[in-house]
Design a binder for this molecule. Structure first.
Ligand code: NAD
Length: 437
């Protein structure tokens, strides 16, 4: 099949590489010439485990191509995916400019029947909008269908999620595109994964609701962990106690700094806004968002308490382990580390940092931080360590070595990585979420 992908970011590139790997002819389009040039040179512009190899392999096999030219990809495509960014505006609305531009560019170049599949996360009604724009732009008599095909991949495990999806959801208005899109996905569904077909509006909403539910679980546990701290209960026991109930399940129940990244925060805000526009206040989600906004500040409160007031922070040196919004990615969009760094700098704290892959991205935001290429070097002379990302590299470090190089043995753990007995053994002052002490 001939596939065009409009927007070659996380979603577009993973989709393109995985579809090329099942022998489709895939052309990825992007307006960012620098990105396209890098990809043409065989370089992946962001970190995603396994993606480098997959891209290289399919470029060599001449199944995966990159371009800035719509003309090279759209007219011949059987299916075009729209995978452009849909960032939030300051007022909470979703910015659909990129989607609309993509739709216009596609519409101008349609030559024969084609399926246009919306992969970008966008509010209910966007497929209709895309369809209307394409209708305006196409010459008469060119037939096409717009379908909704939201993406559920997780950064850090994106390739596995695409190659072995737990479900593929397709929203359509007529049966015509079904066979084509099913043929495309069948190679990834050999273990009987669910292929769920529904109407377009329900599909568009499902994507938002999925992310909102995940965010809700995290904020719920953060709220309960705050209660645990006040009443002397242990959040880890509570988590295991409820997570073992199959109706609840163990995932997304970890307390800490809260959710970040390019999806959960934006989609929760987008759904709240969409509710307001339709005279429905989504109260639970408003609380989910508020709790999440509060969590990094709770870590700062612990720091201020330990050092006897915010005035005492001036001139101290702190180290951050982890900058990415979660492990196995270099994505720092809405990462709690950004809030923490800004607050520390506002209090005249010197900040050292180490992250296995996200340093370059954070440098572009905070040039004044001292970045290190080794976790222990980053600790030399620091008054405290803050753990902001749950990288495996931080799970079982050499505590004695840490203590030897730090000015004072203090850890503020935003991801609850360590065993408190071990912390006592090494005489660390240790702060985490959801424990009385
Ligand atoms: P991204 O910012 O990494 O990539 C988007 C790309 O689209 C950029 O390279 C940009 O230059 C390009 N672009 C913008 N307008 C264009 C146009 N008119 N023509 C061609 N290219 C254009 O974004 P992303 O993280 O891949 O997310 C894309 C969409 O998928 C968003 O709606 C997001 O919410 C959704 N999504 C993301 C994830 C994720 O984990 N990142 C998961 C599921 C869904």
């Amino acid at each position: 099949m001939k596939i065009a992908i409009v927007g070659t970011g996380y979603v577009g590139l993973v989709t393109g590489a995985c579809l090329a790997d099942t022998a489709n002819h895939v052309t990825c389009i992007d307006i960012d010439k620098k990105k396209v040039d890098l990809l043409k040179d065989g370089k992946v512009p962001f970190y995603e485990p396994g993606l480098d190899e997959l891209v290289k392999k399919n470029v060599v096999e001449q199944r995966l191509f990159f371009t800035t030219s719509y003309d090279e990809a759209i007219p011949e495509a059987d299916i075009t995916f729209i995978a452009v960014n849909t960032p939030p505006r300051d007022d909470g609305h979703v910015n659909l400019d990129f989607v609309q531009n993509a739709a216009r560019a596609i519409g101008k170049r349609l030559k024969r029947y084609q399926v246009i599949a919306m992969k970008s996360t966008a509010p209910v009604g966007t497929c209709e909008l895309v369809r209307n724009i394409i209708l305006q732009e196409t010459s008469q008599n060119v037939d096409f269908d717009v379908i909704s095909n939201p993406e559920f991949l997780k950064e850090g495990a994106a390739i596995d999620d695409f190659l072995r999806p737990n479900r593929v959801i397709i929203g359509l208005a007529s049966e015509r595109p079904l066979k084509l899109i099913k043929d495309l996905y069948i190679p990834f569904m050999r273990r009987g994964e669910r292929f769920i077909v529904m109407d377009i509006r329900s599909t568009e909403l499902t994507k938002y609701v999925a992310n909102a539910m995940l965010a809700t679980r995290i904020s719920f546990m953060n709220e309960i962990s705050n209660l645990c701290e006040k009443i002397g209960a242990n959040i880890d026991y509570v988590r295991r106690g409820i997570g073992s109930d199959p109706r609840i399940g163990p995932d997304f129940l970890y307390p800490g700094l809260g959710y970040g990244g390019s999806c959960l925060p934006k989609d929760v805000k987008g759904l709240i806004q969409f509710g307001l526009e339709n005279n429905q206040t989504l109260k639970i989600l408003q609380a989910v968002h508020e709790i999440n906004q509060r969590q990094p500040g709770r870590l700062i409160d612990k720091i201020i308490n330990h050092f006897d007031g915010k005035d005492k922070l001036k001139g101290l040196q702190f180290t951050l382990w982890g900058l990415a919004f979660k492990a196995k990615t270099d994505d720092i969009r809405e990462a709690p580390a950004q809030f923490i760094i800004q607050t520390l700098l506002d209090h005249d704290v010197r900040v050292q940092a180490f992250d296995p892959v996200a340093e370059e991205n954070m440098k572009a935001v905070f040039a004044q931080v001292n970045y290190h290429d080794n976790a222990y070097n980053a600790l030399v002379g620091s008054h405290a360590l803050i753990i902001a990302t749950e990288w495996n590299d931080f799970r079982n470090p050499d505590f004695q070595r840490m203590k030897n190089v730090m000015k004072s043995p203090v850890i503020f753990d935003g991801r609850n990585l360590y065993n408190v007995e071990k912390m006592r053994e090494f005489n660390f002052s240790y702060y985490r979420f959801g424990y009385a002490s």
